[in-house]
Design a protein around this ligand. Structure first.
Ligand SMILES: Cc1cc2nc3c(=O)[nH]c(=O)nc-3n(C[C@H](O)[C@H](O)[C@H](O)COP(=O)(O)O)c2cc1C
Length: 160
């Protein structure tokens, strides 16, 4: 099985989860890990929230947008103002080749406010692009360092 994990992480939490997921998927086949780099992200909480709330797209470094060569596509973002971070908005808009594909969506969050809304937002965009089946999981920010916990959540959704 060939998998790709594309994530955005501003302060490292989502990166930790993405790395555990990549390790898990590498045991099942090939797994490519791609970190999205925003070129014009705000550095302030207010600026970031304001942009995320309006589903603004960030300018990002070129990334792999054509996903047609993968069996499983995993996309991860922190929850920012009840939605994905702007770099993930850009990627959701730009990615292609996901017709009929299996998708895993994952988020990290603080209070949990808007987490489901964020996942639904990501899912809606990919559904419109023809993605077939979705699984999803979320990790609270204080649990991201607990590798065993993250792995247990991944195994849980993988068994569904
Ligand atoms: C600008 C901003 C907005 C946030 N908005 C939310 C939110 O709406 N709901 C929530 O549960 N957490 C929110 N958080 C917390 C982050 O989702 C959480 O810290 C996440 O793990 C950060 O991931 P990262 O380290 O990969 O950037 C917000 C954090 C930031 C910086």
């Amino acid at each position: 099985m060939k998998s790709i994990i594309v994530y955005y992480s501003y302060s490292g939490n989502t990166k930790k989860v993405a790395e555990v997921l990549a390790g898990y998927l590498k045991d099942k086949g090939e797994a490519e890990l791609i970190s999205l780099q925003a070129l014009n992200e705000s550095n302030s909480f207010f600026g970031q929230s304001n942009r995320a709330l309006r589903h603004i797209k960030a300018r990002i470094e070129p990334a792999k947008f054509d996903l047609s060569g993968y069996d499983l596509i995993c996309l991860g973002s922190p929850v920012w103002a009840f939605g994905p971070a702007p770099a993930m908005n850009t990627y959701l808009d730009a990615c292609s080749g996901i017709e009929g594909k299996d998708i895993i969506l994952f988020t990290t969050y603080g209070s949990g406010a808007g987490n489901q809304r964020c996942l639904n937002y990501m899912r809606d965009i990919l559904s419109k692009k023809g993605a077939k089946q979705f699984k999803q999981f979320s990790i609270q920010q204080f649990k991201v360092k607990d590798k065993e916990f993250v792995l247990s959540r991944i195994k849980e959704i993988d068994s569904l």
